[in-house]
Structures are given as structure tokens and as C-alpha cells.
Ligand binder design. Structure first.
Ligand SMILES: [Zn+2]
Length: 298
């Protein structure tokens, strides 16, 4: 670089506002429904449930509480991933125009679709505990109908821990989780001391002592802000790659048929194991395992 050019570059650098780079704050918010305040049974969480219409509204308001808190904490870009059931639950017209929303399935990165290495923090709203946890409202991992266990490098996974590992692949820390007490405790045990908002206390698979929707919103906002304030100290959750995943099915047949593919080893009657080079590949395999049907249409 010539001396004149160097002087010009120094002048331009000095003229730029201080901290322009560090002012970027991209936040990914993954939203499930079982951990929303008041949710206890199928009556709230699917289109055929008699309370679903109202609970979509409550789910949207809890997600919006996280969005509002993130914006107040300085978020410059927010992606919200609708990650429950059909992926078409959130009332998207209630979000500010600069928020982007991920909808429906199948999709790469599953409940974390939309995240990449440019993000600074991840937030989980409405999460539930895992299929191997005896506690928690509607406890399951990815599919209550088909899976009984998912383990990553030998560690039993809740959806929150699995999704934290996807965020961790991109160097993004999870800073906050909301859901019932079992869900919050289970993710913290694997991921570390992130902020938590307990929307209800689980009394069983289909019962809870719950906050009201407004009380849950009032709890979520401050915890999101606290998590974002601590994002530098909260380390991304990064299992050492390559990763080994074990999946146990409710029925024999998926394990038998998947084992026709050389990448799957059948380790027990209901269980297969596969290796992936990283969490992105592991996530794609799990999305395939959950979504593939020979009669897929369109
Ligand atoms: Zn769900």
C-alpha cells in the first residue's frame, strides 16, 4: 500500500463511527408449543384440538415477548423458526416487518433452520423435555409417535440440547430457554447455566401447574434480555465431531429397513447408529429419518 493510500485508509477508518462492527446483533428464536404456558394436552397443540386457535395466539405472544426483548437489547436482525407440529402455528402478521419467519417442513437444520455463523445468540421458546425424561409435559424427542431415544456421542438428547449443538456448530451460544421446569433443567444440564423461564411446573405428561399467558410473557422478556447480556460468557455447545448418533424407534421396522443402508448400523432390535461429519450432516440425516415416505407428494 502506498503512503498516500495508507493515509487515506487511516482517515476513512477514523471517520467511521466507533464500534460499527460490534453493533450487529443477530438473534435466532426457535419456537415450539408444548412448553407454552397452559399447554397440557393435544387439545391445545394441533389444528384438531378445541383450544388450538387460542393457544396459537398465546404461542405467538410468548414468541413476540422474546422478539421485543431482543430488540430492546439491541438486536439488529431476528429470525423466528416456527418449529412445532406443521410449522404453521405462529400468527405471522403480529410480528414487526423486519422479523423473518421460518415456516413448515421438511427443512435443513430442522428446528434451527435459518441460523448460520453470522448469528450472535439463539433463544428457545416453548420447549419441552425429552422422550427419555420421566418428567415433563408432552415429553418427547422430535416425534412422540415414532422415537423413544436419541443420543449424541452417548449423551441422551432433548430437542433443546440437539438444537444447541446445531447452533454450536456455527459458533452461536444458546442464551435462554423457556418451557416447563423439566425442559429448562434438562437443557441446562447438558448445555450449561443459560437463562431460563419456567412457564409451568410439570405434574405429569398431561398435567401442569401453569402460569397465566400474561405472567409467562412478563417472565420471558427479562430472561431473554439477561441471556443476551451474558452472551459473551455463555459458550457455544459443541460436541466433538465427527458425531455419533443413536436413534431408537417405537417399532422394529424403521430400524430394520434403515440398516439396509451401509451408513446405519443396527445396534439393537429398535436402534440404529450412524456417524456424521458434523451437526449439519447429522441434522439432515435426522430430518430424512423423520420425513421420508416412499409416497411423499407433491
Ligand atoms: Zn412441538
Amino acid at each position: 500500500m502506498s503512503r498516500a493510500l495508507l493515509a487515506f485508509a487511516v482517515f476513512i477508518a477514523a471517520a467511521l463511527p466507533v464500534g460499527t462492527q460490534s453493533q450487529k446483533l443477530k438473534v435466532h428464536i426457535s419456537v415450539d408449543m408444548e412448553g407454552i404456558a397452559g399447554v397440557v394436552t393435544g387439545d391445545q397443540i394441533g389444528p384438531s384440538g378445541f383450544e388450538y386457535g387460542r393457544f396459537r395466539e398465546f404461542m405467538t405472544r410468548e414468541a413476540m415477548a422474546a422478539v421485543t426483548a431482543a430488540r430492546e437489547a439491541g438486536a439488529t436482525e431476528i429470525v423466528v423458526a416456527d418449529s412445532h407440529g406443521n410449522g404453521e402455528n405462529l400468527l405471522i402478521e403480529q410480528f414487526p416487518p423486519d422479523v423473518r419467519i421460518v415456516r413448515s417442513w421438511p427443512r435443513r437444520l430442522q428446528m434451527m433452520a435459518g441460523i448460520d455463523e453470522t448469528f450472535d445468540a439463539a433463544v428457545f421458546i416453548g420447549y419441552h423435555s425429552s422422550t427419555t425424561n420421566p418428567a415433563g409435559v408432552r415429553a418427547h424427542t422430535f416425534s412422540s409417535a415414532t422415537l423413544t431415544r436419541v443420543a449424541l456421542n452417548g449423551v441422551e438428547m432433548t430437542e433443546g440440547a440437539w438444537n444447541a449443538a446445531i447452533a454450536g456448530h456455527f459458533g452461536v451460544p444458546v442464551v435462554m430457554i423457556s418451557g416447563d421446569d423439566a425442559a429448562v433443567a434438562e437443557v441446562r444440564k447438558v448445555v450449561g447455566p443459560i437463562e431460563g423461564a419456567e412457564t409451568k411446573r410439570s405434574l405429569g405428561f398431561h398435567s401442569a401447574l401453569t402460569l397465566t399467558p400474561q405472567a409467562a410473557i412478563d417472565l420471558i422478556g427479562p430472561r431473554v434480555k439477561a441471556g443476551l447480556a451474558r452472551r459473551a460468557e455463555l459458550k457455544p455447545y459443541r460436541p466433538q465431531g465427527p458425531v455419533t448418533v443413536e436413534v431408537s424407534f417405537k417399532h422394529y421396522m424403521p430400524a430394520e429397513v434403515l440398516a439396509y443402508l451401509p451408513m446405519f448400523e443396527r445396534t439393537a432390535s429398535h436402534t440404529v447408529r450412524f456417524r456424521a461429519k458434523d451437526m449439519v450432516e447429522a441434522s439432515s440425516v435426522m430430518e430424512f429419518v423423520g420425513e421420508y415416505r416412499p409416497d411423499l407428494a407433491p
